[in-house]
Design a protein around this ligand. Structure first.
Ligand code: GRF
Length: 188
C-alpha cells in the first residue's frame, strides 16, 4: 500500500480535498497548531506536531528540518505533499526525500514565488493567476513543474477572493496530480 504524508500549517482545505479524493494519507505533519491537524483527527489519520516555536530565536532551521524528517521517517511515506505548509525546510531533507516532496503554490510559477504570491499578483495588475504543482527543491518555489491551471483575476478582486478561487482549483488539480504520481504515471 502506497503512503502519502501531508504537511500543513493552516486551514487544511486542500488536505480535506485529498482525503475526499481517497488519497492514502497515512500521516499529517504540522509546524503549528492548526485546523489541518483537526481535519486529520476527524478522519482518524495519524498526526505529528513539530511546533516551530520550540526551535529558538533565531530559528534553528536545521534542527527543525531534522525533527520534521524523523516524523516523516516514522511513517515511511512514498510521497510527501506540502499543502499550505508555511516553514521553509533546510536542504538536508531533500537528500533523503529528493523528488518525493511535492508542493502547491498559488501562482503560475515562475511568477510570484514566495509567501505573498496572491498579493504580489494583484499588485502587478496581471489579468491571470493560477496555481502550480511542483517538485519541491531547496530553492523555494523553483522545482520542476508538474501541473498548472489558470484562474482569471476579476475586477474588484481582493487577496482573499482571488486566493479562494485559486484554492478551488488547487483542491482539484493537486489531488489529481498526486493520484497520478502514486500510480507511477508522473515521474517523481
Ligand atoms: C494554498 O493556496 C497553498 O497553495 C498555499 O496555502 C494555501 C493552503 O490552503 N501555500 P489550505 O490551508 O489548504 O486551505
Amino acid at each position: 500500500m502506497l503512503k502519502l504524508a501531508v504537511m500543513v500549517s493552516g486551514s487544511g482545505s486542500i488536505l480535506e480535498a485529498m482525503l475526499a479524493a481517497d488519497l492514502p494519507v497515512a500521516l499529517v505533519v504540522a509546524d503549528r497548531p492548526c485546523r489541518g491537524l483537526e481535519i486529520a483527527s476527524w478522519h482518524n489519520v495519524a498526526t505529528t506536531l513539530v511546533d516551530r516555536k520550540h526551535f529558538g530565536r533565531p530559528f534553528d532551521r536545521a534542527k527543525f528540518t531534522a525533527a520534521i524528517q524523523s516524523a516523516l521517517d516514522a511513517a515511511a511515506p512514498d510521497l510527501v505533499a506540502m499543502a499550505g505548509f508555511m516553514t521553509v525546510l533546510g536542504p538536508a531533507i531533500f537528500k533523503s526525500y529528493g523528488g518525493r516532496i511535492i508542493n502547491t503554490h498559488p501562482s503560475l510559477l515562475p511568477d510570484f514565488r514566495g509567501d505573498h504570491a496572491v498579493r504580489d499578483c494583484l499588485a502587478s495588475g496581471a489579468a491571470t493567476s493560477g496555481c502550480t504543482i511542483h517538485i519541491a527543491t531547496p530553492e523555494l518555489d523553483a522545482g520542476p513543474i508538474l501541473a498548472q491551471a489558470t484562474v482569471q483575476v476579476l475586477p474588484g478582486d481582493t487577496e482573499a477572493s482571488l486566493h479562494e478561487r485559486i484554492k478551488r482549483v488547487e483542491r482539484q488539480l493537486y489531488p489529481e496530480t498526486l493520484a497520478q504520481m502514486l500510480l507511477g504515471r508522473v515521474p517523481a
